[in-house]
Design a protein around this ligand. Structure first.
Ligand code: PMP
Length: 413
């Protein structure tokens, strides 16, 4: 064995420890396009695993736009500040600003980069960031990168946040950050209250609308629009990778914000610009979001119905109020066993375990999409009724595993 391989020998033990705690992840291969029916490792499954909420990932209008854009080339060649961003990417920024009703927008290569880059550009040494304990990993990492003092407040607890804000007035700048729609719990952040606190304490407010763009709000702008507090959100982050069915992230806000990010957001400055073909897909998706609001309305209505039926079966769904429905089962082994059981019934529903969620809060994450037919949802509800009958809900039972080799679907977030 070469020396360099040997120096990584410690990884074997760490991986074994993850597996022993039911926390090991396993990658699978999806064949064919992302849709309601997927081929996962050669097995046909109905998928409740993707964030393709409006069914746009495989829409021909998007793939057609990509194909047409490819005639103009593929790779961007370097970072946008070095050799420019593509014409279509610049056009997408204008369209995003129009769609969101802001002065300007900036396209990043991912939502992760948009969050991490913006937070670290807006707060630094001598500043304070206030972050919900269930915020996405990209927000957590942005907080860490910023070197600001980070105050993590209990989930959606505005009283506690106010207490923390009312102490320590000595900071140079303050930034409150929250997911708009929490990616694992499917619940909405108390944005009205966060906006009030931001105003009262002179803090910037950043809302990550990753799971809400295209789904919430009269125009599909997200939870900020849903609660009517868009103008209090100084920094609105979104992604092109979920309801918009493609790849990339974005930030919307004032011209001065965008100019600052162009200068200071390191994942923007030091990373290659996304291909223009991705911008072409995003523009096609935005058009569909604007022209076909019935998709988001049908999705949310279907989600409310499905959630009610699962609750009636005794599943705990927490405070979900969206197309993301968690089944709170507690221990990772329980979540993995349930996910594996559902796979055997032809349904892909990922087990979400630490560190994606806190210890003891493992769950199955049902992600509904406009492309799910009533019959598909019926099948899921029936399968879960059968699992509940077997004691799969997890309350008051010892965490056991049906299948010692089970590893569940990979959880990311
Ligand atoms: N924010 C949230 C809340 C997310 O769930 C995710 C992705 N899972 C991101 C940001 C990152 O977006 P992207 O996948 O475009 O990097």
């Amino acid at each position: 064995m070469s020396e360099s391989l040997d120096s990584l020998g410690w990884i074997d033990g760490e991986l074994e420890s993850l597996a022993a705690r039911d926390l090991a992840r396993k990658l699978r291969v999806r064949g064919g396009p992302q849709s309601a029916r997927i081929d996962l490792d050669g097995r046909e499954l109905i998928s409740f695993a993707a964030n393709d909420y409006l069914g746009l990932a495989g829409d021909r209008r998007l793939t057609g736009a990509v194909a047409a854009a490819l005639a103009g080339g593929w790779g961007a060649g370097s970072s946008p500040l070095v050799s420019g961003r593509g014409r279509l990417t610049a056009e997408l920024e204008l369209r995003l600003a129009q769609f969101e009703g802001t002065e300007a927008a900036l396209v990043f290569s991912s939502g992760f980069a948009a969050n991490a880059g913006s937070i670290a550009a807006l707060a630094g040494r001598g500043d304070a960031v206030y972050s919900d304990e269930l915020n996405h990993a990209s927000i957590v990492d942005g907080c860490r990168l910023s070197r600001a003092e980070v105050h993590v407040y209990p989930h959606a607890d505005c009283e506690r946040l106010q207490e923390i804000l009312s102490q320590g007035q000595a900071y140079r700048r303050r930034l409150i950050v929250s997911d708009g729609l929490f990616s694992m719990g499917g619940d909405l952040a108390p944005l009205g209250e966060l906006a009030r606190l931001a105003r009262r304490y002179g803090a910037m407010l950043l809302v990550d609308e990753a799971h809400a763009t295209g789904v919430f709000g009269r125009l599909g702008r997200g939870v900020s629009e849903h609660f009517g507090i868009e103008h209090d959100v100084a920094v609105r982050v979104g992604t092109l990778s979920k309801a918009l069915g493609g790849i990339g992230g974005f930030v919307c806000g004032s011209r001065r914000l965008i100019e600052w990010l162009v200068n200071k957001a390191r994942p923007y400055v030091f990373s290659t610009a996304p291909p223009d073909a991705a911008a072409a897909a995003a523009m096609a998706a935005l058009q569909i979001v604007q022209n076909e609001p019935e998709r988001r309305l049908a999705l949310l209505a279907q989600a409310a119905k499905c959630r009610g039926r699962l609750e009636a079966q005794g599943w705990r769904v927490g405070a979900s109020a969206s197309q993301i429905i968690p089944l709170l089962v507690g221990e990772p082994a329980r979540a993995v066993a349930l996910s594996e059981s559902l796979i055997r019934r032809g349904l892909a529903v990922p087990a979400i375990r630490p560190p994606t969620v806190p210890a003891g809060q493992s769950l199955l994450r049902i992600s509904l999409s406009w492309v799910h037919t009533p019959a598909m949802i019926e099948r899921l509800v029936d399968a879960l009724a059968a699992e509940a009958g077997k004691g799969g809900r997890g309350e008051g039972e010892k965490g056991g595993r049906e299948d010692a080799s089970a590893t569940g679907l990979p959880s990311g977030g």
